[in-house]
Design a protein around this ligand. Structure first.
Ligand SMILES: Nc1ncnc2c1ncn2[C@@H]1O[C@H](COP(=O)(O)OP(=O)(O)OP(=O)(O)O)[C@@H](O)[C@H]1O
Ligand SMILES: [Mg+2]
Length: 328
């Protein structure tokens, strides 16, 4: 087993990615010029409230945004090569092999008409050159790794013959089958119970140590972030408002939004039945975004400057950047 060091140039580097949708009420920008990078063997957590653009970011990296959606601008560099410049044919060769995604909805992402082994064997053939008995053996091993009981006998089963949690695990096995350099895992364990969730996250970490895969872990669970990520990016209304090494973020959350998110998690010292502080107000609609800082309508610090000037990410300590006018 080779252990890949967690250093060196980023495997994935996203620069100023902008993705939007044409809707009946006009154009909306769901992901607004975000940049992020992940080195070999590292996991970046992407967190933020429902609708902030996490999944659209994941789909954009996979180039799976289809009309009425469009990636308008930016670069998605995988080992230095911009995926956004590839032909659809070239992209198909990357997808599943170099970059793979565990989709958020386990129910809709497995085709009911295909046996479990079909996408697995296809990925193993295309991306790893495995066929016949060798491919079946590897498929069984992948299903065993994600704790599918009696894996050898289940290759020819159909998705409806599995529970929701098992389907989620089959999706994870399929995403891992091509030994991707980059794995986008969109809420990969939300449908699973806690013990299996821990197993799956441990499996992802093990894969990372062996192969140096860079993981983008999309989750709303800050506990999962604390335990499984090296770095974390906090997204609000399509923009990244804070990015930091995990320890630094939990020790010194610096954007008022991040502070609100962290305050809303019960800690070991929280007394029973104490109401947790909630962030006032609601996430703005993409059709009606406030000018300047998008968080300002919910922010206790907001001043006139926040309406006039978009705060940009500024580094406050190594690797820790915050987009707030009042960070100091
Ligand atoms: N096909 C589409 N057409 C129009 N708007 C879309 C489309 N897909 C996504 N959006 C919008 O883009 C925004 C971001 O959605 P996204 O699915 O990325 O959110 P999310 O952060 O993954 O939320 P959740 O935590 O609920 O999964 C939302 O406002 C959503 O309504
Ligand atoms: Mg989502």
């Amino acid at each position: 087993m080779t252990v890949v060091p967690e250093t060196g140039p980023p495997i994935l580097e996203v620069r100023n990615l902008l993705t939007g949708f044409k809707t009946e009420r006009g154009w909306v920008t769901a992901v607004d010029s975000i940049s992020l990078s992940i080195q070999a063997g590292r996991t970046l957590g992407l967190v933020g409230e429902s609708g902030c653009g996490k999944s659209v970011t994941g789909y954009s990296l996979m180039r799976l945004i289809s009309p009425p959606g469009r990636i308008v601008a930016g670069e998605v560099l995988l080992e230095g090569r911009d995926l956004l410049l590839l032909s659809e044919r070239e992209m198909r060769q990357k997808r599943g092999g170099q970059i793979a995604m565990v989709f958020q909805e386990p129910m809709t992402s497995l085709d009911p008409l295909y046996m479990v082994q079909d996408p697995l064997l296809e990925t193993l053939a295309i991306h790893r050159g495995l066929r016949g008995a060798a491919a079946r053996k590897e498929a069984v091993s992948l299903l065993e790794q994600v704790a599918i009981p009696g894996a050898a006998g289940r290759l020819t089963s159909y998705p409806h013959q599995f529970s929701g949690g098992m389907r989620q695990r089959i999706l994870i096995a399929t995403a891992l089958a091509g030994k991707p350099r980059v794995l986008v895992a969109d809420e990969p364990t939300t449908a699973l119970d806690v013990t299996v969730q821990a197993q799956i996250l441990a499996l992802l970490r093990q894969l990372q140590v062996e192969t140096g895969t860079a993981v983008l872990l999309i989750t709303h669970n800050l506990g999962v972030v604390a335990e499984n990520c090296h770095d974390v990016a906090v997204m609000y209304a399509g923009r990244i408002v804070e990015v930091a090494p995990v320890k630094s973020l939990f020790a010194k959350p610096s954007h008022p939004y991040t502070q609100g998110l962290l305050a809303a998690i019960p800690g070991p010292l929280t007394a029973p039945r104490t109401p947790l502080p909630a962030i006032p107000g609601t996430v703005p609609s993409l059709h009606n975004l406030p000018s300047g800082c998008r968080f300002r309508n919910r922010c206790a610090l907001a001043a006139s400057r926040c309406a006039e000037e978009v705060p940009v990410l500024r580094e406050i300590s190594p690797g820790h950047s915050v987009a707030c006018h009042f960070v100091d």
